[in-house]
Design a protein around this ligand. Structure first.
Ligand code: 7TS
Length: 414
């Protein structure tokens, strides 16, 4: 009998780490341990090279020139749109709008779709775990339109209370804008199920994918969201590039966001006709170099495979929970059953900022504060947390250093 064994290839973290030049840095005489990946990930050499290659060889403004450089730059820029389309399972390339980040993508929807469709008395639903980027644009819109902002509460584990969400949905609900994965808790929300329920109530759904796009398999068609926003810099890509996915018929019905070059077909002083999708929403010269390099970041992720990255990060998350909980006085904030690689915690009698400073003295980068989620901190009656968030290049040894650093911090601060 022939038995063929498929041995699962584990992640070669040592090889992966070699692709990130910044990981050779020393901070205060110690090797950098970068655990602030939910804020932004580090960049592999190939992404850095793609930016240098563009500026060195074919820097030109796109879409407007007939010269060779302009044609090369345009083709490379537009190729990223195709790569993004496939990466998130969009139906067509016209549905991919380049912005400067998640924040701009959400604002684009608030200022265009929102202003056109929201009226006095309409209701917009968000949740208690939103990043300020998915709160403030809707507050501004609600104030302007005399609409009502409703907030889905969360339980002590940091999970949405879905029964409350069900009760909120009704004929007045025009929009549900919900975070896919919480940046401060790591909670993964059941967005597909929530979208189905919102659609049954006749509402449009926007998903803030800033934290999910790098960890989860995203298929916007299967999810059936109407809008999906994310930022390249949280996916090993450059800063200053974001994506707004929108269903074509919705994007077509929306007025433009900004006026200027690129987003027009014809301009006279009497009338301007707007360009087709996606250019209608891309006024002015875009961030050409970084959009070009973004596809290199996506290819980097795909070359390893999201599933393998997830397995690795899950192992780190479980190890971090197990070891951090042994530290006296430390409490983890956010213990959702479905969670990605973010650990937020507080230490009794210690201010998160002091924890951050002591860790930085040991070369360990974590984020401290409210993580742009002040209403969430209020929910837990805390001013902020310290947050360690993991990426493909982190190791258990680094987590051991984190634990050592925290044990020391407890001795000094608590
Ligand atoms: N939404 C979520 C869930 C986020 O985590 C962030 C950034 C944003 C929106 C905004 O993304 P941007 O690229 O437009 O800035 N989150 C964080 C963080 O957790 N620490 O620094 C930035």
């Amino acid at each position: 009998m022939n038995i063929s064994l498929t041995i699962p290839k584990t992640l070669d973290v040592t090889a992966i780490r070699k692709e990130f030049p910044i990981l050779n840095r020393e901070i205060k005489g110690r090797p950098l341990i970068y655990l602030d990946n939910a804020a932004t990930t580090q960049k592999p050499q190939q992404v850095i090279d793609a930016i240098v290659h563009y500026y060195t060889n074919y820097n030109a403004n796109i879409h407007r020139g007939i010269h060779t450089l302009a044609e090369e730059a345009t083709a490379d820029f537009e190729q990223t749109r195709d790569v993004v389309k496939t990466f998130i399972g969009a139906g067509s390339r016209e549905e991919i709008i380049f912005t400067k980040g998640t924040t701009e993508s959400i604002n684009l929807v608030a200022y265009t779709w929102g202003r056109k469709n929201i009226r006095a008395g309409d209701e917009i639903i968000i949740s208690n775990m939103e990043h300020h980027s998915n709160i403030v644009p809707w507050q501004i819109l609600c104030e302007e339109k005399e609409a009502i902002l409703k907030v889905i509460p969360i339980n002590d584990a940091g999970e949405l209370i879905l029964d409350e969400y069900e009760k909120m949905l009704g004929s007045k609900t025009k929009l549900v804008s919900i975070v896919h994965v919480s940046n401060a808790l790591g909670t993964v929300n059941p967005v597909k199920q929530m979208i189905t329920r919102a659609h049954e109530a006749g509402a449009v759904v926007m998903v803030d994918g800033a934290q999910s796009a790098v960890h989860l398999d995203i298929d916007v068609s299967d999810m059936d969201c109407d809008f999906f926003a994310f930022s390249a810099h949280k996916l090993y890509g450059p800063t200053g590039v974001g994506v707004l996915y929108g269903k074509k018929e919705l994007l077509e019905s929306m007025p433009p966001f900004q006026g200027g070059g690129e987003m027009i077909k014809e301009v006279t002083f009497n009338k301007t006709t707007f360009n087709d999708l996606p250019y209608k929403f891309e006024a002015g010269t875009p961030n050409i170099a970084d959009v070009i390099a973004f596809k290199t970041a996506i290819r980097f992720i795909e070359s390893i495979g999201k599933e393998k990255i997830r397995e690795h990060e899950k192992e780190l998350l479980e190890y971090a929970h197990q070891e951090l909980e042994k530290i006296p006085g430390l409490h983890i904030i956010g213990k959702a059953r479905d969670k990605i690689s973010v650990v937020s915690f507080i230490i009794e009698k210690a201010h998160p900022q002091d924890i951050g400073i002591l860790l930085d003295n040991r070369g360990i980068a974590v984020r401290t504060g409210h993580h742009c989620a002040q209403p969430l901190m209020d929910r837990f009656s805390i001013p902020g947390t310290a947050r360690a968030s993991f990426a493909v290049y982190n190791t258990k040894d680094e987590l051991d250093e984190l634990v050592n650093g925290l044990k020391r911090a407890v001795k000094i601060l608590a």
